[in-house]
Write a protein that binds this ligand. Sequence first.
Ligand SMILES: Cc1cc2nc3c(=O)[nH]c(=O)nc-3n(C[C@H](O)[C@H](O)[C@H](O)COP(=O)(O)OP(=O)(O)OC[C@H]3O[C@@H](n4cnc5c(N)ncnc54)[C@H](O)[C@@H]3O)c2cc1C
Length: 283
Amino acid sequence: MLLREVDYARPGTLEEAVSLLAAHDGARALAGGQTLVNVMKARAAAPDVLVDLADLEELRAIGFADGALEIGAMVTYTQLVASSEVEVARPILGEVAATIGDVQVRNRGTVGGNVCVADPTNHLPPLLVALGATFTIRGEGGERTVSADEFFVGVYMTAVGEGELLTKISVPPSSGAGDGFAGLTIGKHGTYIANAAATVTEDGAVRIALGCVDAVPVRATALEEKLAGGDLSEGAVRAAAEGLGATLDPPGDVHGSADFRRHLAEVSAVRAVLQAASRRKGA
Ligand SMILES: Cc1cc2nc3c(=O)[nH]c(=O)nc-3n(C[C@H](O)[C@H](O)[C@H](O)COP(=O)(O)OP(=O)(O)OC[C@H]3O[C@@H](n4cnc5c(N)ncnc54)[C@H](O)[C@@H]3O)c2cc1C
């Protein structure tokens, strides 16, 4: 279906982009367009102005600041996969990005778009929650940062308000921690039916986030507490995770019933924790 008519702006600076978004009700940022253009074609979204972020080079950078890995909102999945900074600091980001969609989606789709669309089945939200990332949001009034736990607010809803832009995501360095990601997709590179991301620090602290089981990624805090500093052998992790699924209230759909998702979430959490534990320093 053809797009309905829409105004298009391609600002050259971040300030200009933010003022365009603030000046027009119904203006939307355009990143890779892999979701936005499709929902516009389906008439599920009808922005009056598209503010294309393509020329904002500062949003395409990957680097380090205060020891943290900083990823610009317009960094593509392909960039993440190829980045030596990501490989050094948090290789799981490149590993997971390499499994998103197909090569065209990975060449166009951006980290910022992936999290701002806040689709509960997207790959990056649970991973960034498990890694304890922070998100920098810019508006006309200035800049603020929010934690990953606060960033995801609901299905297709984030802490980014009207007239604001996500500019970058900061991920703490691994400092000896290991990271893991597991789940079941529809087809080889399809969207997830359920998934889990985990990180285990050198001294055994654990963070686990579950995807596709609620509107936003769900922290498995009770399991994190049970595992903290303890035995992370397969038997022990399996035993600790028993019953995790029963605490969840996932949706059921054509790809999996609620009960199947409960089961998958539990299995995925175990696999993600075991992978993370096996990768931490000294394992
Ligand atoms: C065939 C296909 C398969 C896919 N498979 C997967 C998959 O397996 N896993 C997965 O995770 N994703 C998948 N996707 C989605 C893909 O990852 C998209 O790239 C992503 O969801 C949106 O990123 P984008 O850069 O294209 O953003 P866009 O589509 O341009 O934007 C998405 C939304 O985010 C907003 N936005 C974008 N950037 C910013 C910003 N910096 N600040 C504020 N708001 C912003 C836009 O206004 C829009 O509302 C798939 C997409 C396609 C077409």
